[in-house]
Design a binder for this molecule. Sequence first.
Ligand code: HEM
Length: 327
Amino acid sequence: MESRALVLLLVPLASLFLLLGSTSAQLSVNYYSKTCPNAEEIVRKEMIQILSVAPSLAGPFLRLHFHDCFVRGCDGSVLLDSTPGNKAEKKALPNLTLRGFGSVERVKAKLEKACPNTVSCADVLTLMARDAVWLSKGPTWPVSLGRRDGRVSYANETDQLPPPQADLTQLIRMFAVKGLDLKDLVVLSGAHTIGTAHCSSISDRLYNFTGHGNLSDVDPFLEKHYLAKLRSTCSPTDTKTIIEMDPGSFKTFDTSYFNYVAKRRSAFHSDWALLTDSFTRAYVLKHANGFESEFFQDFAESMIKMGNVDVLTGSLGEIRKKCSIVN
Ligand code: HEM
């Protein structure tokens, strides 16, 4: 009886270790302990300075990391510039609204000064995203390090990024391809508690929902007072104006995003879509009423998973000297 109990216990434990081994490859939290012991401290110090001057960059750093990990894994490919004959990810439509590249370069330069050719741009971005959340009053978590930088970046591969018009089936599929499940989807969507969106990212919900060019054709699932407010802020062709995705607390990492989703006052159709599945809906409704520490714990876990997607380790890739160009 006892040995059967032991076997039952060991099987799930063994599979958990196998899973950890396969997702995080050779990453480790102590990766730079000998080669650049102050790496995390250097990043954090710079982040405190950057965000004290430009707090609105917290959202962009978090989004940069997400867009990096969803295309070719977390390998810094989103940071590369186009080259003659090659249009990089950066220049593709979903990435034209990304910001913060200069700050990533600034942090990387500090690390190059302290420990040349050692800390990858992919790791720098992962740490910056983690610290951006923490400095926005959100959770923090240990980051496994040792990602190496990719050497290519192709604009056409950004079709792996979920569009704001996506329905739940599409979102589930696009997350599943990256090894992320339904819970990761609803939890990571909570990143929209910080940051802003351009009117152009939501204008189809306000003016041309079914794509027939009819300006009174609106997303029927957008709450009507919020719809009116957004229409008064964003004209149909506005490409410049930005809106707060979590109005009133868009600089603070908290659970109020879920409250907006529950009230059908979220920015994107993809946020609303979380109400269309029983599991994600239950998560949204529960966290619309608080349960902040549970959300923080979940967010940390899902960010660790996302940060391990298809990483390059060992002798793959390289350690770039500058994040925008390969060595
Ligand atoms: C679930 C699918 C997702 C979709 C469809 C989506 C889509 C978008 C879009 C369209 C914007 C606005 C861009 C603009 O107009 O400037 C945005 C902003 C943002 N997204 Fe997402 N996103 C998703 C998931 C995520 C995830 C997983 C994260 C991070 C873990 C994330 C973090 C952010 C942040 C922080 C911003 C604000 C950026 C800023 O302030 O400039 N998003 N997202």
